[in-house]
Design a binder for this molecule. Structure first.
Ligand code: ATP
Ligand code: MG
Length: 423
């Protein structure tokens, strides 16, 4: 493994930029992350801020999680920080806790990437020499703009991989040979496209060229990892990322037939895209959709025509469609069941407002609240105001009063599990 690692062949001469050459201010750095860095420094270790936080601060965006890297080994960190817990089997790293559930991730510089470690035989619990220098740690990362370090002590940005130039050029560049890095871990294709989409950066040509030939490998990645990556994109700025994934024909490798439908049917995708746009905007105004709601949004444009085409059995249509779609992402069973229920109730609300027939018992279901909220989003292109509700809409449309549906045949169609039945 040593001799295939290109980082060790390069001279360790990083570009170091001090103020006023970079825009990061210590005030933007989480005080607890700073405490850890200063403490490690006093103990004689090197410690930097790294990853997404440095990238976002360099771009003048607020940083989300403040990850620290250091040359201190996990055991050394644990000894010196009473509230440090070691996690991970292969790559052990420390979580330093600060109360209220908050923790800062403190990792030791690594030589090789997570994916390379995953490929070591299962009986070896850790690669023989997993740890390395700051330089090696930078080179095992995915893209140059994610591999910068911020040295809080000296107020300097350290760049081994050309990330600063790429920030200036607004380019997403894969570290190393894109074909090799994509083969080693195809999820990196998704990551390249994510940061290009979120930041409005271009994908560097050498990487872009390798995407079509390697995209199919994504389908062979673990469904759990795809789920992890998907959740990052469902948390914010969902629309630009989904649009970019579609442009590069990645959706089919994640969502199977649902992804194909979104890729081949421009009209279908534009419906998804405008829903995601409304959600992204509402989020910046404080709306916090749940994961269950995000999965409902994601699948609604795809399932709506399928539900409409059936008379009654929504449950069966959903479970058949999801089973036959051949999705590669593993969505946990409970989440699938919950968003199925929401999808079914949204469709029922729509049908009630068109036909005047409603199964009123649905209003008692825990999924009714989210379904009502999403009905407004899907059919009115906005979230409901405080005084708006399904019942108010129904009274307005059918002043004659409530009508129930016949119970006998319909009962099963709204009940039970749905695409959770998928294997
Ligand atoms: P954000 O959390 O804002 O999406 P991030 O850069 O922090 O961005 P994470 O997914 O949290 O992204 O990963 C943290 C860091 O780990 C990345 O910045 C990158 O350096 C490294 N990394 C993550 N995934 C990979 C991968 N598949 N291959 C190599 N390095 C990776
Ligand atoms: Mg992160």
């Amino acid at each position: 493994m040593d001799d295939t690692h290109s980082a060790v062949e390069r001279p360790a001469q990083p570009v170091v930029v001090t103020k006023p050459g970079h825009p990061i201010s210590r005030q933007d750095v989480d005080p607890d992350a700073q405490k850890i860095i200063y403490r490690l420094h006093r103990l004689g270790f090197t410690a930097y801020l790294t990853g997404g936080a440095v990238r976002d601060l360099m771009l003048g965006r607020p940083a989300k999680d403040f990850d620290v890297v250091t040359d201190a080994r996990p055991g050394q960190i644990k000894k010196r920080f009473p509230k440090a817990y070691i996690i991970g089997r292969r790559f052990r790293l420390a979580h330093v806790h600060f109360g209220g559930g908050k923790y800062i991730e403190v990792a030791t510089f690594r030589r090789i990437s997570d994916q390379a470690a995953r490929e070591t035989p299962a009986e070896e619990s850790a690669p023989a020499h997993p740890y390395g220098t700051a330089e090696e740690d930078a080179f095992r990362r995915d893209i140059t703009i994610n591999a910068l370090y911020y040295d809080v002590i000296n107020d300097a940005v350290i760049d081994y991989v050309g990330g600063l130039e790429d920030i200036a050029r607004r380019t997403v560049r894969v570290i190393g040979n894109p074909a090799e890095r994509f083969t080693e871990d195809p999820v990196r294709i998704w990551r390249v496209l994510r940061y290009a989409a979120r930041l409005g950066f271009a994908v560097e040509e050498a990487a872009e060229r390798e995407i079509p030939g390697h995209a199919h490998l994504i389908a062979a990645s673990s469904g759990a990892r795809l789920y992890e990556e998907l959740n990052k994109d469902l948390a914010f700025e969902t629309r630009p990322v989904m649009e970019t994934l579609r442009k590069y024909a990645i959706l089919r490798h994640v969502f199977g037939k649902a992804g194909e439908a979104y890729e081949t049917d421009a009209e279908l995708f534009s419906r998804l895209s405008s829903l995601l746009d409304i959600v992204d905007r509402a989020r910046t105004a404080g709306f916090l959709p749940t994961l269950e709601e995000m999965y409902t949004v994601l699948f609604w444009p795809w399932v709506q025509p399928l539900l409409e085409a059936t008379g009654v059995d929504y449950h069966k249509v959903l479970s058949d469609s999801f089973r036959d779609a051949g999705m590669r992402v593993s969505i946990p069973r409970n989440l699938r069941a919950d968003s199925s229920q929401v999808l079914i109730i949204v469709a029922a609300i729509d049908r009630a407002l068109r036909t005047g027939r409603m199964r009123w018992a649905l209003l008692q279901r825990p999924h009714f609240g989210p379904a009502q909220r999403l009905y407004f989003l899907f059919f009115k292109g906005r979230l409901p105001e405080k005084d708006e509700s399904f019942e108010a809409l129904f009274r307005q449309a059918f002043p004659g009063g409530r009508k129930g549906t016949r119970r006998r045949r319909r009962r099963r169609s709204f009940g039970g599990r749905s695409f959770s039945d998928q294997k």
